[in-house]
Design a protein around this ligand. Structure first.
Ligand code: MG
Ligand code: ZN
Length: 224
């Protein structure tokens, strides 16, 4: 059996579990987001700001994916939301099966918005469907304009792009309009945000969009 065949089988199995996750989440009316990025782009900080901003308006839960440590889960737990940490022990992406197991440990029937923070990696998380409603790619201003062109699959499969660490723009040579143009070249449908988790700029706009997505989700009619 060739390596390519094995990989295809792994992805087929993953897609099957992802479909079952999606059916469950849709049946329960849970809006699930898969947050993807390279390491250090600020996914956890964005999540903290989001939990703070939407607290009391949406019932939220979090799945944290990390290669090692539960540091991110500890940070998120401070906001009083249910959180499950998945430690992949070297694995460079989350898989649908891991999310399925995590779902059984969350009060998912009572959840309106579920945030899945993927392992920091712009490559293979693009290929692994987890059963989410949307992928959101976070990129920091320190990463340069060329990332959407270098990692197109990630940007093509995402619904939204958050350009984070906007507060650093005055100190960088980054041309943000080039970054935006490159991202839209890969995926013209991307919804774009610019945020700073330090100053809080753009957080409200991002959260209002999220809130709207979560509250206009086709509810418990179920498309399973
Ligand atoms: Mg993190
Ligand atoms: Zn991987």
């Amino acid at each position: 059996m060739s390596v390519i065949t094995i990989e295809r089988k792994i992805l087929e199995k993953n897609d099957e579990i992802a479909r079952s996750n999606r059916a469950l989440l849709e049946k329960l009316g849970v809006f699930a987001l898969n947050l993807v990025s390279s390491p250090g782009s600020g996914k956890t900080s964005l999540l903290e700001r989001t939990l703070e901003q939407l607290r009391g308006r949406l019932r939220m839960a979090v799945i944290e994916g990390d290669v090692h440590t539960d540091l991110d889960a500890q940070r998120v737990a401070r906001y009083g939301v249910p959180v499950v940490q998945i430690v992949t022990h070297g694995g460079c992406h989350l898989e649908a099966k891991l999310v399925q197991d995590a779902l059984s440990r969350l009060p998912i029937e009572k959840t309106q918005a579920l945030f899945i923070e993927n392992v920091g990696n712009l490559i293979c998380p693009a290929n692994y469907d987890l059963g989410e409603a949307m992928k959101v790619v976070v990129i920091s201003t320190t990463e340069g304009e060329d990332k959407p062109l270098k990692y197109p699959a990630m940007f093509r499969n995402a619904h939204a792009l958050v350009i984070n660490k906007a507060d650093l723009l005055p100190y960088l040579s980054l041309r943000i309009e080039d970054l935006r143009r490159n991202a839209l070249q890969v995926n013209p449908g991307l919804v774009g945000f610019e945020t700073s988790c330090v100053t809080g700029s753009g957080i409200e706009e991002w959260c209002e969009w999220l809130y709207e997505q979560a509250s206009t989700k086709p509810s418990r009619s179920g498309s399973a």
